[in-house]
Design a protein around this ligand. Structure first.
Ligand SMILES: Cc1cc2nc3c(=O)[nH]c(=O)nc-3n(C[C@H](O)[C@H](O)[C@H](O)COP(=O)(O)OP(=O)(O)OC[C@H]3O[C@@H](n4cnc5c(N)ncnc54)[C@H](O)[C@@H]3O)c2cc1C
Length: 413
């Protein structure tokens, strides 16, 4: 029966990086994935250019860009494997990249360059890959002929039986099931008694329905920069990003970011003109202009949005110089404090990430090893650590994989 120091389940971002790192440290590594194609999420990420990390991630406070029951858990890994470490690798491999927005780094040519870099590193490190390969059952030491001093796992797979000292689970989250996402990692966690934090889609477009939404239903394609927040009274968090109207609701970076913080039933508050004192601008226009209000607003907002905004309120349709101060104040308030409640999300089919996952309380933050199950590790998105949009999720995948590989080496020394 083939035997390895470590079997890694899931050949995505975290699994590939961990496999290469562990192989480079002299460990015998087997990487298993059930999908036909390797690293599909990297390939489609960042619009095909892979936003592979974020320069703004400060290793000392990196957890601030992450969600989970305990984002502080991510600090250890993020401080030991920083964005600069991954940038160094990308540069060493001659992959050209650029910064797009708020520290986000993208490959110039294609996400395939990052996939190729990881695959080459695995090949060079002697990593064996079984793909496509389905794992039917996993048995741990107690059930399969224990050998003292070893934490041994036996996996029954579609390619036969395999044994390993260590098992690393890197099966990712539930997003985009059509390219291979499954709940397998959570099931392994449950099998070994690890707690799971309930999952929900994150970085996901939001849907809207009903009367409140009717005036905006035909605005698909309209985009503008906004400030967005959620939370009933005190906003939990706010983002300055672009908003996009879609056929079924709202999307764009502003919505994706806030969606990870949004709870069903909560309204969103959107400032459609975050860089303008709209109340003062309307008063100024009243003193000097005879423009119809929708035409005036079109100076600052996309024309279709300006028209839709005014069309259901008679007081906002005449010339600005004939509008009452009260109507102008209400208009200003509506634009800077647009409150609207999503009816739901677009779900895992459209979500970039999955919130929740293996409870970090059950894992050691220095190694990603299960505290109660020697030799069992969880890395990447399967863990209850979720990053903001902008390269933070890949950085978590690289960093958690790296510290896991270090721990595997230490355990085998
Ligand atoms: C459209 C899209 C765009 C994105 N863009 C970015 C971006 O630009 N920057 C960024 O930081 N993040 C981005 N993300 C998020 C990022 O892709 C993930 O957070 C990251 O890939 C997680 O890495 P992972 O290795 O944990 O999981 P994954 O990369 O999802 O890999 C999991 C692997 O496990 C395999 N697997 C699953 N179930 C089984 C099973 N039962 N048996 C065997 N193998 C299994 C899967 O086939 C897959 O290969 C994007 C996500 C999506 C969906």
């Amino acid at each position: 029966m083939p035997y390895f120091d470590v079997v890694i389940v899931g050949a995505g971002a975290a699994g590939l990086f961990c496999a290469a790192q562990a192989g480079q440290r002299g460990l015998r590594v087997l990487l298993i994935d059930h999908a036909e194609r390797v690293a599909e999420k990297i390939r489609i990420s960042g619009g095909g250019r892979c936003n592979f990390t974020n320069r703004h991630l400060d290793p000392r406070t990196g957890h601030q860009h992450y969600l989970g029951q305990n984002p502080q858990f991510a600090r250890s890994a993020l401080s030991r494997f920083t964005p600069q470490h991954f940038i160094d690798l990308v540069e060493k491999n001659g992959i050209a990249f650029h910064e797009k927005h708020k520290g986000q780094l993208f490959a110039d040519r294609s996400a395939q360059d990052i996939v190729r870099m990881l695959l080459d590193a695995c090949a060079l490190a002697g990593v064996q890959r079984w793909q496509p390969c389905t794992i039917e059952t996993i048995e741990a030491e107690a059930a399969c002929a224990p050998r003292s001093g070893f934490s041994r796992y036996r996996l029954h797979t579609s390619q036969g039986l395999v044994q390993a000292h260590n098992l690393v689970v890197a099966t990712g989250g539930l997003s985009i099931p059509k390219i291979g996402a499954t709940d397998f990692g959570y099931r392994i966690a449950k099998q070994f008694g690890l707690p799971i934090v309930a999952q929900r889609p994150g970085l996901v477009p939001l849907r809207f329905a009903g009367e409140d939404w009717a005036p905006y239903a035909d605005l698909a394609g309209v985009a503008l920069p906004v400030r967005i927040s959620t939370g009933e009274k005190k906003p939990a968090i706010a983002f300055d990003e672009d908003l996009l109207f879609t056929h079924r609701g709202l999307s764009g970076p502003a919505i994706l970011q806030i969606s990870s913080y949004w709870q069903p039933g909560q309204p969103l508050t959107i400032d459609l003109l975050p860089h303008l004192d709209i109340a003062a601008a309307l008063q100024e226009a009243k003193a000097s202009s005879k423009k119809q209000l929708p035409n005036l607003l079109a100076q600052w907002l996309p024309t279709r949005l300006a028209e839709a905004w005014c069309q259901h309120t008679p007081a906002w349709q005449g010339p600005v110089n004939q509008c009452s101060d009260k109507a102008l104040a209400q208009l200003a308030h509506s634009l800077s404090h647009w409150q609207i409640t999503p009816s739901g999300t677009e779900g895992y089919a459209k979500a970039e990430v999955t919130l929740g996952g293996v409870d970090t309380q059950a894992l050691a933050q220095q190694s990603m090893q299960a505290k109660q199950q020697p030799g069992l590790f969880f890395i990447g998105e399967v863990v209850d650590i979720t990053g903001w949009l902008g390269g933070y999720n890949f950085q978590w995948a690289w960093a958690s994989a790296y510290v896991c590989a270090q721990a595997l080496q230490a355990a085998s020394a």
